[in-house]
Design a protein. Structure first.
Length: 121
């Protein structure tokens, strides 16, 4: 009974049932202004990955399209777009680290920025 009471007191009033677990991970989700800048960093990392894979215009366009598809799929799976966006930043940073060339350091910077801004905002 005590566990149920503790769980209910941490839920904000009027929150839907699917948002209960989200309140525990709010420490890693960057704020709205930080997310805008992180989206620009995501775009840069995706372009660097695309250029490394295919030279020319096709590679970056495919990478940006894959990123757009991924963020929408994550939003559908997690049923919360803000959390999906935070996970997308982390996944883009990891993809940048796994890529070679200049995308490696850009992915590492993006990952550090995402986790740092998530903790600060």
């Amino acid at each position: 009974m005590h566990c149920l009471l503790a769980a209910v007191t941490q839920i904000p009033p009027g929150a839907p049932a699917s948002r209960y677990w989200l309140e525990r991970v709010t420490g890693i989700v960057p704020g709205p202004s930080a997310t805008r800048w992180l989206l620009l960093a995501d775009l840069c990392v995706l372009v660097l990955i695309g250029v490394r894979r295919h030279h020319g215009v096709v590679g970056p366009l495919l990478a940006i399209g894959a990123g757009f598809l991924l963020i929408n799929v994550l939003g559908l799976i997690l049923t919360d777009f803000v959390l999906a966006l935070a996970l997308f930043h982390v996944m883009t940073g990891i993809a940048g680290i796994l890529a070679s060339g200049s995308a490696r350091w850009a992915g590492a910077v993006l990952l550090v920025l995402t986790l740092g801004l998530g903790g600060l905002t």
